[in-house]
Design a protein around this ligand. Structure first.
Ligand SMILES: NC(=O)C1=CN([C@@H]2O[C@H](COP(=O)(O)OP(=O)(O)OC[C@H]3O[C@@H](n4cnc5c(N)ncnc54)[C@H](O)[C@@H]3O)[C@@H](O)[C@H]2O)C=CC1
Ligand SMILES: O=C(O)C(=O)COP(=O)(O)O
Length: 636
């Protein structure tokens, strides 16, 4: 395992821990997926013909599916641990196991049943969840399941995606999910209206003491004078958090004749003005409002943002509504404000601890109306979030990036498909480069150069960077890298990847003309791979849909990057190809291609693609050929 300070190539000859069988050119998609689910890297298909570009757009070609699956299907073991238990990963022909730990709408369950092995297990203790999760590929939760680091550790890298059937993801440890390469997706829109309507329900029922009067009558009382309420028309409502729910609450409150202001440091003013709402400062909002409705997420900056100090700045007799997150209120301070009359009433759907204790002074307070986190609990909303999250989880399990991914960059499908061949190239270049690094030297900085005819902002390189990271890190560690955790794992291992885009006069139809990978401040196992600036430098292109190595150090070459590769530098003289070919042939090693790059210094680089990995004796025989000055074997 590489030291934490920098990556160290730990072997001179990369002995592949698993040499995947070279896919036959007729690999069916099923066998391709089977292959992918059991290996840590994508493969490039041996394409017997060039694939028309249109084939990649919007069409799940085997190659592009291979790439998206490789990006997402393989999960990290904990990058900080030394072993991800891959024995528990499902064989590819097994259907994925999906655990639903909280009630989910039937329509969503139906989607999941068609795709995988579905298990619904509600009210699990944390221990029960950790016990179950190790056999699961996906987990779907709502707000009641705490998906913490222990859950990801218990999963041992098998958990591919966590789906949150709603908006708030504060019950999911995003950092841990990312470290473990687990995608987190949510359903950000389907329960918006339900939450807004519940906010209005709390606002109006609080203003007219509906809950208290109802309880009083059910107790056999008829106390009309005790439950005199207040009117809403003309009163000022401050919406704290002008997002999807807050803006819908604002619209409805305007319909009730209220004057609505809002506070949201990140919302565009014109969006508020469009519904007749003025965005104001936090202090202005809380000091002028008769009603304050909370709709911001629970974050470190919003935690307990409503506290003794805040309540003291509010108009005496203010009324508070909260259908966002309990944690944004210091609940003890709210009790004090209610007791002192600073806050006249509160209507709360969410609580710091859920469920709150039965003895909670806040819940028991006579001026407080409470509901058990019902904001999203309408038939329509639950149907909507269930379908939305089921489709997002199924998509993720199929290797597609979800539009509602929370911890991974959203890459549009058309970008994914267009970049597919370059994603395979990027990983291969990373694998090749790291294997050229001589043992004992640490890799701390990698420079990647993308040559492209496109403008910089028209080339999304996040996928490519992630795959180069994958290619560099996976051969020399036990971590499995995907788009979710690539940047995190690289940083954790002290690997800094810088990117440059160089404009070239090639066809803008192709997103990338070539990719260069330069590893500086390291020794090389193959001196010819070192360029004039002292870095290991390689360059590759996609040719006819296949990744090709086109430059090594100062040498121009042209070899397909599939299978295994033997690189030799030799005196440029007749018979070299035959000599090496005979050595390999005598050891029954099949040569898939040979290429010779020559220089003016009567030197040549020979690149030989071999299907099988030659044994050490064979490699020694090659090294013993007099005219061969250096050689290296690389597993791609
Ligand atoms: N009780 C329930 O059942 C439900 C609760 N919710 C919760 O309601 C909240 C809002 O949900 P959405 O509107 O869908 O989210 P959203 O992301 O659309 O809106 C949140 C808004 O809060 C703003 N914001 C962030 N930090 C802020 C701060 N310090 N001060 C003021 N505004 C800030 C953001 O700029 C954003 O506009 C979330 O916490 C969500 O979990 C959502 C649906 C149902
Ligand atoms: O979507 C949200 O943020 C919610 O709070 C809804 O929570 P629930 O799914 O009803 O437990």
């Amino acid at each position: 395992m590489a030291s934490s300070s920098s990556l160290k190539a730990i072997s001179t000859f990369t002995t592949p821990s698993k040499t995947p069988p070279p896919p036959s050119s007729s690999s069916s998609k099923a066998s391709l997926l089977s292959f992918l689910n059991n290996t840590s890297s994508p493969i490039s298909l041996k394409l017997s013909h060039s694939i028309p570009r249109s084939h990649f757009r919007g069409n799940h070609s085997a190659l592009s599916l291979a790439v998206t699956n490789a990006l997402n299907t393989v999960q990290s073991s904990s990058p900080v641990s030394t072993s991800g238990d891959r024995t528990k990963l499902p064989s590819s022909n097994a259907k994925p196991t999906i655990l639903v730990s909280e009630k989910l709408g039937e329509a969503g369950l139906e989607v999941l049943r068609k795709f995988g092995n579905l298990e619904c297990a509600y009210n699990l203790t944390p221990e029960e969840l950790c016990a179950k999760i190790s056999a699961c590929d996906a987990l779907i939760v709502r707000s009641g399941t705490k998906v913490n680091r222990q859950v990801f550790e218990a999963s041992k890298g098998r958990l591919k995606v966590v789906g949150r059937a709603g908006v708030g993801i504060d019950n999911v440890d995003l950092q841990a999910a990312t470290e473990f390469g687990c995608l987190v997706v949510n359903a950000p829109t389907a329960n918006t209206v339900a939450a807004a309507e519940h906010g209005i329900a709390l606002l109006t029922s609080m203003a007219r003491n509906v809950a208290q009067a109802d309880a009083s009558m059910k107790a056999g009382l008829w106390k009309r004078n005790k439950y005199v309420g207040v009117s809403l028309v003309g009163k000022t409502l401050a919406v704290m958090g002008f997002g999807k729910v807050g803006s819908e609450v604002a619209r409805r409150a305007k319909g009730l004749g209220m004057h609505v202001i809002a506070h949201d440091p990140y919302a565009p003013a014109d969006r508020a003005r469009a519904v007749g709402v003025d965005l104001v400062s936090f202090d202005q909002a809380i000091s002028t409002a008769d009603f304050v409705s909370l709709h911001m997420p629970l974050t470190p900056t919003t935690s307990k943002v409503f506290n003794d100090d805040t309540f003291s700045k509010m108009k005496k007799g203010v009324r508070i509504i909260n259908v966002a997150r309990g944690g944004v209120i210091d609940e003890d301070a709210l009790v004090r404000a209610l007791d002192s009359g600073v806050v006249a009433q509160a209507a709360l759907d969410v609580f710091t601890e859920e469920p709150p204790s039965k003895e909670s002074k806040l819940v028991q307070h006579e001026n407080v109306t409470v509901t058990p986190h019902l904001g999203a609990s309408t038939k329509e909303a639950q149907e909507g979030v269930a379908i939305e999250i089921a489709e997002a989880v199924v998509g993720a399990l199929q290797g597609e990036l979800s539009a509602t991914a929370v911890n991974a960059p959203m890459v549009p499908p058309e970008v994914m498909f267009e970049l597919s061949p370059y994603v395979v190239l990027a990983e291969k270049l990373g694998k090749l480069a790291v294997q050229l690094v001589a043992g004992g030297s640490g890799i701390t900085s990698v420079r990647v150069v993308y040559k492209s005819a496109r403008d910089s902002d028209d080339l999304d390189t996040r996928l490519l960077r992630a795959m180069i990271t994958k290619g560099i890190i996976e051969p020399i560690s036990t971590s499995f890298i995907n788009l979710v955790n690539a940047d995190y794992v690289a940083k954790q291992k002290g690997l800094r990847i810088s990117e440059e885009k160089v404009s070239v006069d090639s066809s803008p139809e192709f997103p990338v003309d070539s990719i260069q990978v330069h590893i500086s401040n390291v020794d090389s196992k193959f001196a010819s791979s070192v360029s004039d600036n002292g870095s290991i430098s390689i360059e590759g292109k996609v040719k006819y849909g296949e990744p090709h190595l086109t430059c090594l150090g100062s040498f121009g070459v042209d070899v397909s990057l599939e299978g295994n590769l033997i690189l030799c530098r030799q005196v440029d003289q007749p018979g070299m190809i035959g000599k090496v070919g005979n050595i390999l042939g005598s050891q029954n090693v099949n040569v898939s291609f040979m290429s010779v790059g020559r220089t003016i210094l009567k030197k040549a680089i020979m690149a030989i693609g071999v299907d099988e990995e030659p044994n050490k004796e064979t490699l020694k025989k090659i090294g013993d050929v007099a005219a061969i000055e250096e050689f290296v074997f690389l597993n791609l």
